[in-house]
Design a protein around this ligand. Structure first.
Ligand SMILES: *Cc1c(COP(=O)(O)O)cnc(C)c1O
Length: 413
């Protein structure tokens, strides 16, 4: 029987359609008032001062790395267990991604980060995998450690003003997650969210850069968070001193170009979706995702063939992005067979993620999966289950039943 349960379709309803149509009819469809409204909403939601929206998280991460002056000869520490976007932006800048292994919670291991630091390290790019926050407290203790600070070799004024390694968080999965009572976005120096179509909150494509640099940085630079926000905004739009919206005002034609910028601004059509989604995110989207996580946990936690993910503890609350079920004592081939058995019934599952050293581009750069044994161990037995707002309780039970059946055929109770 075909159940037809997709993995992660977007939730599109009349409220989103109405807001998008309103922008389409407004006479202004690219970066303008809706994007500015969405930025303000994210600012308030996260509890920081400044946010810049862009057209993807990848663009946001790269913009942040380039703003900080990261380039040839520099090293950036990245987990081996992530999506390629996290490391590819480092490659784009001409710097070297230094991959480190993860813990059993899929998150970058702070002790391995400490050991990977060299005088060339300019940034750490931790990833809140599937929505669970990284150990930011430990990561900040590391970059603020006097000996590690002494090792830091700044190569421009920004790096000198920070005086230590930058923590740039890849929070593509973790909008709404919190750690030690503070929301993600208000932990790392700079945090980047993704609004890609499969993420918790989507604008089809999109991203946001959250600024949370220390006060000492702004004091030494003689700037403010608002200044950095404006600089990033200009850099996301050709380095042009005025955006197209300001230029269309009668008489507002003159502009300057202050640097060779990029083209990665968010459109108002996209922002319209985000404005609707964020307004109801905590009341509607996150609670439903949590219910689905809880149902999966209830079904799998007491069955010793399975290992359930951590998504809440005394320190951390996840954004419930992806439910990463692990199956004990199976091979990678068994895992693949289980996924196929579910697919044959029309149930889409997934694997998050294939560790970077297993992908052709990273292999060709000489990264070896043998150096990241825990990343491989987690990957080989992991299956991500469907989680999305429109998934019904009945469908959740169907997924559970099919999963248990498929595993029984390989590992009887
Ligand atoms: C989706 C994703 C990204 C990239 O987001 P885009 O908005 O598509 O650029 C980055 N990192 C991780 C871990 C992701 O899953």
């Amino acid at each position: 029987m075909n159940m037809n349960i997709p993995f992660s379709p977007p939730h599109i309803d009349d409220a989103i359609i109405a807001e998008v149509v309103a922008v389409l009819r407004s006479g202004w469809i690219t970066t303008g008032p809706k994007t500015r409204q969405f930025e303000q909403m994210i600012t308030d939601y996260v509890g920081i001062h400044d946010v810049v929206c862009v057209n993807s998280a990848s663009a946001g991460l790269e913009l942040a790395l380039r703003w900080f002056g990261i380039g040839e000869g520099d090293e950036v520490i990245v987990p081996a267990y992530t999506y390629t976007a996290t490391a590819e932006v480092v490659l784009h800048c001409g710097a070297r991604p230094v991959l480190v292994d993860v813990n059993d919670d899929f998150l970058i291991d702070p002790e391995k980060v400490r050991k990977a630091i060299t005088p060339r390290t300019k940034a750490i790019l931790p990833v809140d995998i599937v929505g669970l926050p990284c150990d930011y407290k430990e990561l900040f203790e590391i970059v603020n450690d006097t000996n590690i600070q002494k090792m830091f070799q700044p190569s421009n004024e920004l790096q000198k003003s920070l005086g230590r390694i930058l923590i740039l968080a890849d929070a593509a999965h973790s909008l709404g997650a919190s750690y030690l009572g503070r929301k993600i976005g208000a932990w790392a120096d700079i945090t980047v969210f993704s609004f890609h179509a499969v993420k918790n909150l989507t604008t089809a494509e999109g991203g946001a850069i959250c600024l949370h640099l220390p006060d000492s940085f702004y004091e030494r630079q003689g700037t403010s968070s608002q200044d950095i926000k404006n600089e990033l905004k200009v850099k996301s739009l050709h380095g042009q001193s005025k955006d197209a919206f300001a230029k269309t005002k009668a008489g507002g034609w003159r502009y300057d170009v202050v640097n060779a910028g990029y083209k990665c601004n968010m459109t108002d059509v996209a922002a319209a979706m985000g404005v609707v989604e964020l307004a109801r995110y905590d009341e509607m989207i996150l609670p439903r995702r949590k219910q689905i996580f809880d149902a999966y946990n209830q079904a799998f936690a007491n069955d010793k063939r399975f290992r359930v993910p951590t998504y809440e503890n005394a320190e951390k609350t996840s954004s419930y992005h992806v439910y990463t079920l692990r199956i004990n004592q199976i091979s990678e081939t068994d895992r693949d067979n289980i996924i196929q058995k579910l697919a044959d019934q029309g149930i889409a599952t997934n694997v998050h993620f294939i560790p970077l050293p297993m992908l052709t581009v990273y292999k060709s750069l000489n990264y070896k999966i043998e150096d990241y044994p825990n990343a491989y161990r987690q990957y080989a037995c992991e299956i991500s289950l469907p989680v999305y707002y429109d998934l019904t309780d009945e469908q959740v039970q169907t997924v559970i039943r099919a999963m248990k059946e498929a595993v029984s055929e390989i590992r009887p109770l």
